[in-house]
Design a protein around this ligand. Structure first.
Ligand code: F6P
Length: 371
């Protein structure tokens, strides 16, 4: 089952799970359609070698996904006062699992999905989680499927903004996804040599940014590239919310900070600014080679763990090796960029502004492995 927002590498993961289960262990595999919604509605279909053949390189998910469904608290409409009504529909998921004769459900998802899955565990369903999210914010795993492709997409886009910024002596602000985690902004910002990188983890200061950009105008090239994570906010301000969807298990959609940053830089420096919001482009398209390999390793590790008797575990990658940890320990938590991450310090060392002074926490840098 694939649940939550899609990302590149889901099909590669489905293929790895199904092929390992079929070829190595002689198991029967079914696919759940549209995430938790399919589990609630009893929509499953057989996944044989034919169904998973030729999908390794394809973006999206052949199973479909849904980031609104939440079995323990499913939105079922509005009450007379316009307030959302929810129902616990986990018994329907149990019925689906029993009817299909499933020993376990391999759930490919992010933190919201793992929270939903942890509520199914309470009903006796054995869940094995595989981390996927372009946000890379799943607790316990140093990397999630989809992240590296999203970074590659963002980097390519920012590279293109670079040449046009230079020609017009403009400030280009590029807003990237990531919710409350700045992994995409930090990694694509460093990879593209961006001048300013703004992260949710380090609230920025307007003066700090504008003095830096002004300095570039006076002493260097008269253009600048600013990468801003959708969850970033000024020290004295709030995150910008684009949409609130009460029917969704995760109602808040962030977005719009890019335009705010561009407007403020222009007002304070007089420089011409433009904003680009990369949006769902970051989630689309074929996975890069690294994500295909990651997906294959994760899928293989999930089925191997299952056959070794694992129950309710999340497969994780830690220091380049695959392990499994308690699924319940990762629910309702997010892995954000620690201020001691060495990549932050490296970014500063090469002259990038993080929009605010960075105080590295006592105890030195936090080890992290991305690339
Ligand atoms: O979690 C992945 C993600 O793409 C976030 O980066 C983004 O904030 C959110 O999903 C967008 O969700 P939706 O698909 O509902 O617009």
């Amino acid at each position: 089952m694939t649940a939550g927002g899609d990302c590149p590498g889901l099909n590669a993961t489905i293929r790895a799970v199904a092929k390992t289960a079929i070829y190595r262990y002689g198991l029967e595999v079914v696919g759940v359609e549209d995430g938790f919604l399919g589990l609630i509605e009893g929509r499953v279909h057989p996944l044989g070698p034919r169904e998973v053949s030729g999908i390794l390189t394809r973006g999206g998910t052949v199973l479909g996904s849904n980031n609104r469904a939440n079995p323990a608290r499913q939105f079922v409409g509005l009450d007379a006062k316009g307030k959302p009504r929810h129902e616990d529909l986990r018994h329907r998921c149990v019925e689906t699992v029993e009817r299909a004769g499933l020993d376990a459900v391999v759930v490919i998802g992010g933190d919201g999905t793992m929270s939903g899955a942890s509520r199914l565990v309470e009903c006796g369903i054995n869940v094995i989680g595989i981390p996927k999210t372009i946000d890379n914010d799943l607790v316990g795993s140093e990397i999630s499927i989809g992240f590296l492709t999203a970074v590659a997409t963002a980097t390519e886009a920012i590279d293109k903004l670079h040449s046009t910024a230079e020609s017009h002596h403009r400030v280009m602000v590029c807003e990237v996804m990531g919710r409350n985690a700045g992994w995409i902004a930090l990694t694509s910002g460093v990879a593209s040599g961006s001048d300013v990188i703004l992260l949710p983890e380090l609230p920025f200061q307007w003066d700090f940014i504008t003095e830096f950009i002004d300095g570039r105008r006076r002493h260097g090239p008269g253009f600048a590239i600013v990468v801003v994570a959708e969850g970033a906010r000024p020290r004295d301000g709030e995150q910008v919310v684009a949409q609130v969807d009460v029917s969704s298990a995760d109602p808040i959609r962030l977005g719009g900070i890019g335009a705010v940053v561009a407007h403020e830089i222009s007002a304070r420096t007089g420089l011409e600014t433009r904003t680009t919001v990369l949006g769902h482009v970051q989630r689309g398209g074929a996975p890069i080679a690294a994500d295909r390999v990651l997906a294959t390793n994760f899928g293989f590790a999930a089925v191997s763990a299952l056959m070794n008797g694992a129950r309710n575990r999340l497969i994780v990658r830690q220091r380049q090796t695959y392990a499994d940890i308690d699924l319940l320990a990762c629910a309702d938590r997010q892995r954000t960029v620690p201020l001691g991450d060495p990549l932050l310090d490296a970014a500063r060392a090469v002259g990038t502004s993080l929009g605010a002074p960075l105080e590295i926490p006592a105890g030195g840098p936090t080890p992290s492995v991305i690339c």
